[in-house]
Design a binder for this molecule. Sequence first.
Ligand SMILES: *Cc1c(COP(=O)(O)O)cnc(C)c1O
Length: 467
Amino acid sequence: MHPRLAADLDRLPSLLDTTVAAAARGLASLEDRPVAVAVPIPALVPVPEHGIGLGGALTSFAETWEAGLSGSAGPRYLGFVTGGATPASVAGDWLASAYDQNVAAGGDSLAPELQRQTLTWLAELFGIGTAHRGSFVTGATVSNTVGLAIAREWIGEQLGADVSRDGVAALGPVTVLSGTPHSSIPKAMSVLGLGRDRLQRVPTLLGREAVDVVALETALASLDGKPAIVVANAGTVNTVDFDDLRAIAALRERYPFWLHVDGSFGAFAALSPEHAHLVDGLDLADSICLDLHKWLNVPYDAAVQFSRRLDLQTKVFQNTASYLTVVGDDPDLIHLTPENSQRFRALPTWFSLVAYGREGHREIVERDIALARALGDRIDADQALRLLAPVRLNVVCLTLAQNPTPERVNALAAAVAASGEAFLTGTVYDGTPGLRAAFCNWSTSMEDVELVHAALAKAAELCSPVD
Ligand SMILES: *Cc1c(COP(=O)(O)O)cnc(C)c1O
């Protein structure tokens, strides 16, 4: 063994303690470190010929890179839709790395079983019945891609074509219908050979991002019985609006389509009795996307997908080789998603669910919703700012009260980021540039709402109208 490796092995427990201390320092600094950072990029150095051991690497990382990391795990990073990581999920994530199990196939470890049981828990939390089978993927984009891949195979089945063997050309053009799809849907369509431009936007309800089901029915009727794919949205990113899943699912009695639901973060409404009605009918979907590294607050990379057609799923994703298990009735994970080798991705989720339970995770969801409303109230009362849409769940979509040009709204976002107090990302809602504050973190408090509002108010003052 190389002497550096041997030395690290000798001192492994104490080196891991040092690593824990570094992580604890980093987490403790979340309160004070700037939420977004803009520091110079360290110079690129040649690949080290001789290593300096783990202790040296920890020091080098702390000196060179640590200050350049954002506070995205912390309470006032409200950009995109970004959860943090609960203490238990961090522990689970570390142990997943330490044990380094490959859960692609069983036979040597219980890890794939823990993965399966965790999926059963998730199905239960989200009201998904036993007709669905779940699997872990890296994120909601891949979850959507897997769902649409199964949908594509289903279209083939309807048309008497075998896409997994003959390719997507066997289908001819496929129509994908959606009201307010996430940007990962056209991306998935591009990956799958369906083509981004085959995404047909269906009109939404007046003043809403939820699809107009009557318009959807009209679009389906115009396909003259040709099978299609409908992507329903449970939580849009700007206003967290929800399609009427039950009404959409009912259309399958008259029109042939695969129903995929992108419930990436919005489906977490199911955890809150007061809001669960928003995702009523989720179980009726043919495939479902849920993101865990957002509102479940486990570290990146974790999402799940559920689907009803394991047979079609394994047609797409089976990976047969002489040294691997056959697909069978209870296929190994290797046959279910794009990945073959895969990390022990369920462990952080397992830890968080065991540590905090349904009730603990419900509290996170409900607190974030309450905090979003509280910020919404403050924006509403602020002369310099205004809401672009009502706060439906956990996202506040806002802009400058006067003259919200792209330049001025960008300046607002930049001034908030430069304050180090908060981080919000931009959007365009109904033609107006604005910012979004997405509440997804387990540690955010009312005090943080005050700080975020203060940072926004100050930034708005800095970009007061030019006349
Ligand atoms: C975040 C998000 C995605 C993509 O998720 P990733 O985990 O970033 O791949 C898809 N759909 C919706 C609605 C989202 O909010």
